[in-house]
Design a protein around this ligand. Sequence first.
Ligand code: KDG
Length: 329
Amino acid sequence: MSGNYAAQRNADVVTIGESMVLLQPMSEGQLAYAPLFTRSIAGAESNVSIGLSRLGRKVRWIGRLGVDPFGDMILHTLAGEGVDVSLAERDPAYPTAIYFKEFKGYGDPNVYYYRKGSAASRLSPEHVKPEWFAGARHLHVTGITPALGPHTADAVKHAMKQAKSQGLTVSFDPNLRRKLWSEEEARRTLLELIPLCDLFLPGLEEAEFLLGEKTEEAYGQAFLEMGPETVVLKLGDRGAVGFSVERSVRVDPVRVPRIVDTVGAGDAFAAGMLSEYLDRGEDENWLERALRTANAMGALAVQYRGDWEGLPKQSELDRLLEGGKDVTR
Ligand code: KDG
């Protein structure tokens, strides 16, 4: 339990994952020569939490942090963004993790992790409690958590099953991080988790990593056959395509004037997707709307430095989707 933070009884979405302090150099170039850094927080699941909270959703973030100032900072930041952190755990024996970006001035930034042996890497199935899912509608997890420590894959599996048994739907973003584990272990574990989700959100490269080279349609069908009701394939600058048993829907990307930082784009996409998923009801067109929203969220995220700083409030998102222009002065 995280001491002073007030618990919210209900949650639209629960997420479980590692949040880290993020140090970003203020200049482009090699990290070895960067003199000044800005400080923020990051972590795929907390990025999604912030995205959803800004869209007006109630979100509960669950993770393990050290008993240290960086752990405090992460909780303060998430709570400040309206995310419920009251069930986050602190572990006095292990630290909060850190990660650095390195901006080259083109392409994806390089990322350096300092997270081995972190408090989050000690997550195990015994930590997962029914209380985490109480009063919640949906669980979102990623393929990063299973890569972190000796028992984290079992913990994620257990959490997905527990959430289902308590009536939640489950989404899974494979978020392949090759720096964290071997290809064999990653492929085997990620493939084991797919049948436990309702909504699967791979990128095209991740689909190829998991299943070998196929057409986009063949990826969609193959993942649907593993169990999820909906599969969304992210195609980067070609938009996204969604598959369900009844239909497939393809949506163009939202073009942006300048890409500043691509890290976090997938989490922004997931937040947009999940916000619409929660409202899908019986609406047959929800998937197309969700893909448009998710693409727009991704487009906003890449225009700002930081993993989540560029994420919009619902009104800003609506303006972008309606094609409106920002009033800048
Ligand atoms: O999706 C963005 C994440 O990659 C970033 O926030 C850091 O969680 C992170 C990770 O493990 O890479």
